[in-house]
Design a protein around this ligand. Sequence first.
Ligand code: CUA
Length: 337
Amino acid sequence: MLTLGVLASIAGVAIALAIDWFPQSASTQAKKVDSLWDIVLVISVPIFILVLVVVLFCVWKFRQRPGEELKDGPPIHGNTQLEVVWTAIPALLLVGLCSYTFFVLDEIEQKDPDELVVNVTGEQFTWTFAYPSVRAGGKPLASSQLYLPKDRPIRFNVRTKDVLHDFWVPQFRMKIDAVPGITTQVRVTPDTVGRYPVVCAELCGVGHATMRQVAHVVEPGEFQRWVRSRQRPAGGAAAGGGGGQAAADGRAIFTGAAGCGGCHTLAAAGTSGQTGPKLDQVLKGEDKAFIRESIVNPGAKIAKGFGPNIMPENFGQTLTPQELNALVDYLSKETQG
Ligand code: CUA
């Protein structure tokens, strides 16, 4: 029985470690969380399999045979030695695992004097990211895109304007609820360049599934370039570039930066979102002023069949004036044909 249990445990641990449980890891915290997970597996899988093997073996070995229906087993009044062992071993395992978990948690929540603060605001159904240490036009730089310099410790201060949301980047392995009335914090040091999804992990209403943005982890130099591009004063790019250029940008903003396609169907952009009105229908015959108002002040005129407060009201702040112009031009061009 023991031999069988040990062999099955070895196979179980091998299978458990071979399974690719998590997406790519992209932060120093993720590495520690993944090691913790592996160690918990190595300790708990053999116990699970041992117990299972013993139970199944006993069911088979000591099953009731024909003619034994009235037989009773020997009376047993306990075994102090056995009870001490089966209490002590799980207690030691639990204390050991809890201590290890505590140290890992303490380590991944370490403060760092060099940390970059990013204020994250959730609302139905979008995230806004603000950098209080970076000024743009007299205000903290705000964006609907999350840019993070590689290898810099980040402190996210997470708030919500309405209901519960949850700020989560699976590749960072860290997540935290956005709770009405308080500010929650989570620390991450991204260590792998890439684009990762920012996901809302708390059911928050009809658009919950579309509450997704992109976290860009970039080299520090590129982060500075992105900051400078966001700080450029309004109107600089509007003069240059032909109509074709603006249309190309507008499409990228529609499908990417602003994420409009997650909620809206627009044939030209190939998007099929159902949370908001179909733009090919509701923008047909409307002028640019109407389109602009619908983006920056979505509550002003609401399309038939849709409730208020579904579309985020912060696009006027998170899009630069150039981006907004490009988006309006693009939508106007694609829906008036
Ligand atoms: Cu916000 Cu789910």
